[in-house]
Design a protein. Sequence first.
Length: 616
Amino acid sequence: MSLILGWVGEEPGDIDRQVLLRGAATRLRVDLPRLVGGSRWGLILDPGVRFCSDDRSACAIAGELRTHDDTLRNAIARVGAPAALLQAYRREGSNIACRLAGAFSVFLVDADGAQVSLIGDRFGIEPLYYHHSAGRLVFADSMPALLAHSWTGREIDSQAIYDYLFFSMVPSPATGYRASRRLPPGTSADFSGESIQLQRYWHTKYERERARIDYASEAEEFRRLLERAVADEIAGTESVGCFLSGGTDSSTMAGLLAKVTGGPVKTYSIGFDEPGYDEMYYARLAAKRFSTTHREYYVTPRDIADMLERIPAQFATPFGNSSAVPSYYCARMALADGSTKLLGGDGGDELFGGNEFYRTQVMFSKYDCIPRALRSLLVEPLAALFSLRGRVPLVKKVYSYIQQAKMPMPDRLESYNFVHTMGAARMLEPGFLALVAVEHPFDLMREEYDGAAATTMLNRIMSMDVKLTLADNDLRKVGEMARLAGLKVAYPMLHEDLVAFAARLPVDQKVRGLKLRYFFKKALADFLPREIIEKEKHGFGLPFGQWLGRDADLQRQVLGVLHDFKSRRVVRGDFIDELAGPRFLENAGHYGKLIWVFVMLEQWLKQAIGTAPVVR
């Protein structure tokens, strides 16, 4: 792993820099890093980090950045990226962020530490963390590095824990630690003196939302951009492989990689010996279609048990997406096969309209076509009356449809959320509940939905998903599991030109009627296997609940973790007991997801604060 750890403050004398240097190297398992700095700032850098510095300033870069700006590109070619960015920064400040693309984190210190700017990439692919308090700033490219500094602390953020229980992850900028933050996607942070200011320099801007298109020319442009995106992401890489789940995106990446390289490529798939979860059939179809050298691995309950501690140790924040398990085993298989980088298809759903609930929201939006007076005076009273008097399934479904359709957006998207449906008061300890704002998760959703540069409901949802589903969840999952395995991941779907193309694609080319990914699938109909084009979206789900109900060793381990979780005073003990009892066994697939969320939180807390309760 790389290491970038920096600090700016008025009292550098309270740090033994050499002790910090050696401690960071030991804890983070990197070669002995170098230390540079001035009178009130310092940087600890892994020898492999790209950087330039003098006695008053420095620039360090993690990841791989690109630029389409000719002036900046020429400067990079002439003096290198760190020096070129530092020169541009002295002229323009953090406004240089608008000219950067790719997956990167940039750390800039100037004027003997008087000015500091942190710039993250558009989707938060490369992590960037910071801690700001009492006129001091600490920043790093990983949470372990940030916590290695004596100015940072480990006090738990109760609101972040509540948000985690709601979303199964902690939305940025929160991390789980009260005073530590993760820079949100498409954001820069400027520190000068006492304050730090965050600026959202990029977000998706949707154009031509209801325009007509020349399909033939747009399809040709789309396929050209896809090839270019893959070519850009593999440039300079010796051994590239590809995740292959058998879905539309990963199959597209595999096929394009084969086309761009002109030879057989390596693909990797994960399977589950569980009905309804295994999609290896489709992965094999794609592998055969594109003549890939294909590797497979079937995850077992033992594999899950082995990851119960390793996943929380890898993530800077509590993280409850169980598909981290197959992501890791897929990356580990690729590393063993000699691959140094994997291509992931993440982003296609959020850019081109592929998530299943987009179709659901289109169905709910049709209710607004009924005149308001007719709805309130006739439809809703009759539906309520019949639902109370009868047990006819169709009537109950109609009533449920109306109740959800009446909910405002984007709140309606979480109508099936565990915390929402079970009730926070029933699930959570009163002492913990008193510390948090239960509306905060909805506020985060509304901020993204209402702030979208779009006029249509679907584009607003997709804009929100870019932040909360893609950047804060899926990219974090794949990226961290690949880092744990020891390799890099690139996401061609998130290439800046392809993202711009998707943003200007009319909304009815993304979801048409109830057809998801309308343009995407039509444009690639002669490229992908027909069965993959036509299959329903499945994802990388983990049959944790089903296996937990049958595997005695896994059950014993999980129940032990849940027992320890009671002492945190976050979730009510009686709720945990009920969840882990007969009720679970009757609904393992459903409640298994919630148990996983609790287990991941307990394991993360154990590594963050030992056995101490969150609420004292």
